[in-house]
Design a protein around this ligand. Structure first.
Ligand code: NAI
Ligand code: UGA
Length: 490
């Protein structure tokens, strides 16, 4: 185990023995991370009793029902296998906290929308609230694991709150670890079963090492030890923000290149392939798109920018902020292309939106580019007919209502349950999520039912341009020259 000399957290003197073997785990937060992570631990560690708790009782009821609150390929089968044996979902947060040897804090850390750091800093009120709930409900020593994505030094705040409880109750003893999660939605179960790495940060003291080892032992049930990295707490916290910034940066880089391709006649997929073949660069995360979405890339890059600003590293902050600027630019650029290629007006024109989730194989719409592009088109009074195989109608209406207005949404937005129905009488189709089923449709049949000239705007580069052109479509894709431009007001 490689620890740096400096201990990042002041050790708490206590004669109690540190937990060395974990038998009961409680995960606070039954969301996209807490749910699947706990399910995987229960599946791989039948000797550990795992309880997932949440203050949202309805969510807990769903976890205990036939219809789980999140869609994730492979999740349902494992839940059915483990639930009621060594996997439990409960709304009794306090009781489950007290029973546990190890507690994951896996609550949301959204961008703060008020006060200091508004629009940039992560809101840590949920993490703090869990820390206080742990302090108020514990009677025995515990390892507390920060699973939520947090800024560097968040563990210090958790520790300070717990230390206060410890000072008033001699049966308490806490060690705080950082164990960020790297799973991606849509592939969560596979990512959890075969992670590139598991990262655990802890304090450089004898008890800190013991706590780290106890968590290493949990993961070692299925993760090869060479893939379990241990660091100091601050390196672990920072690595999570940096990993997301690097991933988002690659997407913004290729999206910036897509703008050059459209201007010059180069093809972004050919460029991505040629560049990605260099093993130093690698070919993953070079798929040009209408911009990245999801609950984390934007929030975590902003969190990193805010952290840099807090430490007066303004040039570094500006560098990372460019990732967000390019993402916003890409979404707006795509909407502008739709409007200009539809003869500079989309007012009262029916546009079929294929895909509303932020990526395929998930029903999650948080920060989905579809919300932003949809919002831009509603500003121009377009009539949207949205089809997504997984996202419920009320979610689509709610999200679009936030970027335009509920009145506009009820007047201009229809949600279709069938893609052929969605495209009927539309002037254009806009692809915003890369669902595999979009590649399988009979576009010849779809074309026949649309208003002419009929256009397709492929924001995900998933459709075959030649097939569509043969069917009669005008085709516009990200990162290829606009050969059919009819822009009247350039
Ligand atoms: N969604 C993702 O794919 C990934 C998310 N993360 C990070 O994991 C953390 C959690 O993210 P998600 O699971 O997506 O969030 P989520 O919003 O899906 O779930 C968080 C849950 O925490 C519950 N909660 C909040 N405060 C609570 C409290 N005081 N007591 C009990 N329950 C409470 C909420 O009711 C909610 O169900 C975030 O920090 C996120 O950045 C990290 C890797 C991947
Ligand atoms: O911290 C998190 O929340 C997670 O964020 C991302 O996972 P996720 O957002 O679920 O999904 P990604 O596959 O990373 O996709 C994010 C967005 O980027 C887009 N994307 C991805 C890859 C690409 O080449 N191009 C591209 O536009 C996707 O369509 C999607 O909108 C990271 O991949 C995870 O490692 C991380 O744990």
């Amino acid at each position: 185990m490689a620890f740096k000399e400096d201990s990042p957290l002041a050790s708490i003197d206590n004669n109690l023995t540190m937990i060395e073997k974990v038998e009961k785990i409680t995960c606070v937060g039954a969301g996209y991370v807490g749910g699947p992570t706990s399910v995987m631990i229960a599946h791989k560690c039948p000797h550990i009793r795992v309880t997932v708790v949440d203050m949202n009782e309805e969510k807990i009821q769903q976890w205990n029902s036939e219809k789980l609150p999140i869609f994730e390929p492979g999740l349902e089968a494992i839940v059915k296998e483990c639930r009621g044996k060594n996997l439990f979902f409960s709304a009794d947060v306090g009781k489950s906290i007290n029973e546990a040897d190890l507690i994951f804090i896996s609550v949301n850390t959204p961008t703060k929308m008020y006060g200091r750091g508004k629009g940039m800093a992560p809101d840590l009120k949920y993490v703090e609230s869990v820390s206080r709930t742990i302090a108020a409900n514990s009677d025995s020593p515990k390892i507390i694991v920060e699973k939520s994505t947090v800024p560097v030094k968040a563990a210090q705040s958790i520790k300070t709150i717990l230390k206060e409880a410890q000072a008033h109750n001699s049966s308490l003893y806490f060690q705080v670890l950082s164990n960020p999660e790297f799973l991606a939605e849509g592939t969560a179960m596979n990512d959890l079963a075969n992670p590139d790495r598991v990262l655990i940060g802890g304090e450089d003291t004898a008890d800190g090492h013991k706590a780290v080892q106890a968590l290493v032992d949990v993961y070692s049930n299925w993760v090869p030890t060479e893939r379990i990295i241990t660091t100091n707490t601050w390196s672990s916290e920072l690595s999570k923000l940096v990993a997301n910034a690097f991933l988002a940066q690659r997407i913004s880089s290729i999206n910036a290149v897509s703008a050059i391709c459209e201007a010059t006649g180069a093809d972004v997929q050919e460029v991505a392939h040629a560049v990605g073949c260099d093993t130093r660069i690698g070919n993953k995360f070079l798929q040009a798109s209408v911009g990245f979405g999801g609950s984390c890339f934007q929030k975590d890059v902003k969190s990193l920018v805010y952290l840099c600003e807090t430490y007066n590293l303004q040039t570094v902050a500006n560098y990372f902020h460019g990732i967000i600027e390019i993402n916003d630019y890409q979404r707006r650029r795509f909407s502008d292309t739709i409007i200009s290629e539809m003869f500079n007006t989309v007012s009262n024109k029916k546009i079929a939106i294929f895909g509303f989730a932020f990526k395929k194989n998930t029903a999650d719409t948080r920060e989905s580019s579809a919300i932003h592009v949809g919002g831009h088109l509603l500003e121009e009074h377009a009539e949207l007919v949205v089809y997504d195989p997984k996202v419920p109608e009320e979610v689509i209406r709610h999200e679009l209502g936030l970027v335009s207005s509920p009145e506009k949404v009820s007047k201009l937005v229809t949600v279709a349950s069938d893609p052929y129905e969605a495209a009927k009488d539309a002037h254009s189709i806009v692809i915003l999520t890369e669902w595999d089923e979009f590649k399988t449709y009979d576009y010849g049949r779809i074309f026949e039912t649309m208003k002419k000239p009929a256009s397709i705007f492929d924001g995900r580069l998933i459709l075959d341009r030649k097939t569509l052109q043969t069917a009669g479509f005008r085709v516009f894709t990200i990162g290829t020259a606009k050969t059919q431009s009819l822009n009247l007001f350039p």
